[in-house]
Write a new protein. Structure first.
Length: 311
């Protein structure tokens, strides 16, 4: 992983549902004005909060913003995902999956909502073990060959599945997955304890080893744990209730004070120093402004050592 290209990604999951379009436009404008580049969305966002019970709201808002801002498409890169959009409203069990047909149609529908002729990165949102991996890999490779996606990646996949998929792509002569997206933050849940959020897969040492060996990009989601580092009204989930969390939070508080930074900014700086692109969701302009200011936070070797020891 090359840390010089590490950057903060704007997560747009709630655009068009919890975040109204006018506010989403303001966040997007602020992000781009400050030099932000990558937008992360998915075709299923956010069916669980949309009265229609299907996804597409986030992509439609981004598409409307692109139309309202001529030329901005040249300055932003768009990443979207296929796999989880329900075929029956309000029925997540009817998710489209990762068959070749589903991947093709999901990508085509995303392009229509976004109003673009390609996306810069297309993710497989999660595994689909009901479909042969060969079929999924071939479908993603086909989309790259057609220029529909410039790169492809795997979110919430086991490292061995990613490596198997990359081997299959080589055999088929198609573009392999070159990016990983997993959940990661400074504090960690208790080891071997499942997180409450269904479908989330935690970043592991094995994932990082694969990424470094194969020069894969790594994106992290839930990077700021829903505001729990800075908001007393949003305590960490009970799975984070262990001595390691207490130690890390104490060191984090000290370092933030020493650097005149917020705790969120220190966490983001810590992730970027490891070559990880943190995805940051925002519902207000000031939140994305705070996040982007993390690019100016300078963590030294001594800070990193203290955080590592606390973990």
């Amino acid at each position: 992983m090359d840390t010089k290209d590490t950057r903060i990604v704007l997560g747009t999951m709630d655009f068009g549902t919890r975040v109204a379009p006018d506010r989403a436009f303001a966040i997007l404008d602020s992000f781009v004005a400050a030099g932000g580049v990558w937008l992360d969305t998915a075709n299923c966002y956010s069916f669980w909060t949309d009265p229609a019970g299907v996804g597409g709201a986030s992509e439609r808002v981004i598409g409307a913003w692109l139309r309202a801002r001529p030329g901005v498409r040249d300055t932003v890169r768009i990443a979207t995902k296929v796999r989880h959009n329900p075929l029956v409203p309000h029925a997540p069990e009817s998710a489209e999956g990762l068959s070749a047909r589903a991947v093709r149609s999901g990508a085509e529908e995303s392009l229509g909502r976004l109003g673009v002729d390609h996306v810069d990165l297309l993710w497989a949102h999660a595994e689909d073990r009901d479909v042969p991996l060969e079929e999924t890999v071939g479908a993603f490779g086909e989309l790259v060959g057609k220029g529909v996606a410039l790169r492809v990646g795997a979110a919430n996949h086991a490292a061995w599945r990613v490596e198997r998929a990359r081997s299959l792509a080589r055999e088929q002569g198609v573009e392999p997955w070159t990016c990983l997206q997993l959940r990661h933050s400074l504090v960690q849940p208790r080891p071997l304890t499942p997180v409450a959020e269904g479908g989330h897969r935690m970043l592991t040492a094995e994932d990082l080893d694969l990424a470094r060996a194969e020069e894969l990009a790594v994106w992290s989601y839930s990077s700021l744990l829903w505001g729990s580092y800075v908001r007393p009204d949003r305590p960490l989930p009970t799975t984070y209730d262990h001595p390691g969390t207490t130690r890390v939070l104490a060191v984090l508080d000290d370092i933030a004070g020493e650097l005149a930074a917020t705790k969120n900014q220190v966490v983001l700086a810590w992730l970027m120093l490891q070559g990880i692109d943190p995805i940051v969701g925002a519902s207000r302009v000031e939140q994305i402004e705070e996040a982007l200011a993390a690019r100016r936070v300078r963590l030294g070797a001594e800070h990193l050592a203290r955080l590592t020891e606390a973990r």
